[in-house]
Design a binder for this molecule. Structure first.
Ligand code: FES
Length: 106
C-alpha cells in the first residue's frame, strides 16, 4: 500500500482540469470531472503512451495517440486499439486538498 499523495489544493483544481502526479514511480492522471476527482494510471494499455491532453468526453478519455477510449471511473477500455483496462485509483479530499494513492497492493 502506498501513502496518500497530495495532488493539488482544491482551489487550484477546478472542474475540467487535470494533474499528473508520481505515486511511487507510477504516473497517475487525476481529472476533475464535474467536481468529482477520478484517477487512472497515465499509461495507455495499447502502446504505453501518456494520455497527456487527451480529450475528456463525459467520463471517458480518448488517448491522443491512436484514439482508444477508456472509462475513467472503471478503467475499462471501450474501443480498439486498446483492449486491456487501465488501473484506477482512489482519491479523497482532505485539508482542502485532493489526494490519491495506489491501493493495488493492499
Ligand atoms: S497508445 Fe493509446 S491508443 Fe495507442
Amino acid at each position: 500500500m502506498t501513502d496518500w499523495i497530495k495532488v493539488a489544493p482544491v482551489d487550484d483544481f477546478p472542474p475540467g482540469s487535470r494533474r499528473v502526479v508520481d505515486v511511487d514511480d507510477v504516473p497517475v492522471l487525476v481529472i476533475n470531472i464535474g467536481g468529482e476527482y477520478l484517477a487512472i494510471e497515465d499509461v495507455c494499455t495499447h502502446d504505453y503512451s501518456s494520455f497527456d491532453d487527451g480529450e475528456v468526453d463525459g467520463e471517458e478519455i480518448i488517448c491522443p495517440r491512436h484514439g482508444a477510449r477508456f472509462d475513467v471511473r472503471s478503467g475499462e477500455a471501450l474501443c480498439a486499439p486498446a483492449y486491456d483496462p487501465v488501473a484506477t485509483f482512489p482519491t479523497m479530499v482532505k485539508d482542502d486538498a485532493v489526494w490519491v494513492r495506489d491501493d493495488r497492493w493492499d
